[in-house]
Design a protein around this ligand. Structure first.
Ligand code: SAH
Ligand code: SF4
Ligand code: F3S
Length: 486
């Protein structure tokens, strides 16, 4: 394998943290107006943009990949760290320059920053026309119409019921192979550092039948992989009663069945044996043995768990209000290894330099990483968010250079671990799903194995969307390289 092909396709840890965004793809179905959406933040936000595109499509908009061609520009924003908000502010300034020469252009801010700042955004960003929070997207067409008449609008109502279950998302940036399915919205955990409960509202689960229906439709369109999305998928819980639909669904004397996450996983796994299932995010306090056993029972449920630990020290975890300690977390990991074996991929999120974290406590994070042997991590330094429990209760007292140095140590540790975990795969046979062309060379394709690792293979006669068995021949800390086994 030539060096050119190496260290590509997955970004090194530092770069992976840079705020990435996705834009809408070009779609031309003859509608009269054009919508451009730029999405920041997590997979849930990308998934929401597909719902937004669907709502706008019903109201006369095709999507465009070129903002210069757009009648409406939406920024679907993220508030998770200060840097995420700063990136959006800069982008807004660029769009506002265009707007000064094109007053007919409508600019909307959606998502978490819209929810956090509400009317204040209209005051601070004079050229923004509409501000719409994550539960109010059905109101977008009205607000855009009003904006075209010169009326600015804000809707940041947070709902206890909205799941957009009936909306069939327009797949944006799709490779035609993998798609996201939102299974729940909001979050009821109150991790002290986190803004999400304030920007996304209360947790609610989506009707499992609508989820299965969406998975079936994706299979019919040729998709091979779905990722079930929620901030805390293990607390997924649905019953007709709980979701206030008892009147519609329950007959006299009928037992109302509650569907938990393990049950939902099983329902989706049974849609089609050729449809791979992934899910994110699992919460260490909630992940059950039942979920792990369900993963084991179905070959098409990928053996990969994103299980963010945040810190390896129990005092810090307590301050973070994560409601588990180091021992609990390590017991969950031991259970994963016991039920799903060494090959199951495990990844994490880490926060360096949380309020009052000592050097010794920081080293506990490094030692926990060694113990778990993570395949991959998303790593951040603590960024205080206004309104959160930590902002109210604890001083953000770790100096920035110290936060950055601790983060760097965490990143270096993860790079070593990723490399040694990847080396264990060399010589193994693995089934991969081909997702697309390798970024550097058209002669190679990239696929993913069950553990969520990117595998680069020579193109040969392979096609995108195909399952193939490969032998792993080489690796970097970010990527595996394989050859086709006939
Ligand atoms: N629901 C997921 C996380 C969603 S936010 C979970 O509970 O794991 C994604 C990640 O961003 C978090 O896991 C955390 O590592 C990071 N994060 C959240 N708030 C942060 C903050 N204030 N500063 C730095 N990182 C933060
Ligand atoms: Fe934030 Fe915690 Fe909810 Fe994750 S579980 S979204 S970190 S509050
Ligand atoms: Fe960001 Fe909101 Fe997701 S704050 S991480 S876009 S839920």
């Amino acid at each position: 394998m030539d060096n050119l092909i190496k260290d590509i396709d997955i970004l090194p840890a530092e770069e992976a943290q840079a705020c990435e965004y996705k834009v809408t793809a070009e779609e031309n179905t003859g509608k009269s107006k054009k919508l451009y959406i730029e999405s920041y933040g997590c997979q849930m936000n990308f998934s929401d943009s597909e719902i937004v595109a669907s709502i706008m499509k019903e109201n006369g908009f095709d999507t465009t990949a070129t903002f210069e061609n757009a009648d409406v520009i939406f920024l679907n924003t993220c508030s998770i760290r200060d840097k995420a908000e700063q990136t959006v502010r800069k982008r807004l300034q660029q769009f506002n320059q265009i707007k000064s020469s094109r007053p007919d252009l409508t600019i909307g801010v959606l998502g978490c920053m819209a929810e956090r700042l509400k009317e204040k955004l209209l005051e601070e960003e004079q050229l923004v026309d509409v501000v719409v929070g994550p539960d109010a997207y059905r109101d977008l067409p009205n607000l855009v119409l009003a904006a075209e008449d010169g009326q600015k609008g804000v809707n940041t109502f947070l709902s206890r019921e909205e799941t957009y279950a009936d909306i069939s998302p327009v797949r944006l940036n799709s490779n035609g192979v993998s798609a996201f399915i939102s299974i729940m919205r909001g979050c009821d955990n109150m991790c002290s550092f986190c803004v999400v409960p304030f920007t996304r509202g209360r947790e609610r689960s989506r009707d499992p039948h609508s989820i299965v229906k969406e998975a079936r439709e994706l299979v019919a369109k040729g998709y091979k992989e779905v990722t079930l999305l929620g901030q805390n998928v293990d607390s997924y819980k649905w019953s007709p009663e709980e979701n206030n639909k008892a009147r519609l669904n329950k007959k006299e004397g009928e037992n109302v069945q509650i569907v938990n996450f393990a049950g939902l996983l099983e329902m989706v796994a049974q849609v089609n044996p050729n449809l791979r299932i992934r899910f994110s995010t699992s919460h260490p306090k909630d992940i059950t043995d039942e979920v792990l056993h369900t993963m084991k029972r179905y070959d098409n449920i990928c053996k990969y768990i994103h299980l963010p630990v945040q810190s390896g020290n129990s005092r810090v975890l307590n301050l973070m209000n994560r409601t588990y300690d180091r021992e609990w977390y390590l017991e969950r990991v031991a259970k994963i290894r016991e039920i799903l074996g060494e090959e199951c991929g495990i990844s994490s999120d880490m926060i360096a330099g949380f309020c009052s974290e000592t050097e010794e406590e920081h080293r506990d994070t490094l030692s926990l990483m060694d113990q778990v042997q993570y395949d991959f991590s998303y790593m951040f330094y603590y960024s205080e968010r206004p309104g959160t429990l930590a902002a109210k209760k604890y001083a953000d007292d770790i100096p920035l250079p110290v936060k950055k140095r601790r983060l760097q140590e965490i990143i270096e540790k993860q790079n070593q671990l990723s490399l040694s975990r990847n080396q264990l795969d060399i010589g193994k046979r693995q089934e991969i799903l081909i997702e697309g062309v390798s970024k550097r060379s058209d002669d190679y394709l990239k696929g993913r194995n069950s553990a969520n690792k990117v595998v680069i293979v020579p193109k040969g006669n392979l096609t995108i969307g195909q399952y193939v068995t490969v032998k792993i021949t080489d690796c970097s800390s970010a990527t595996l390289f394989g050859e086709l086994l006939s």
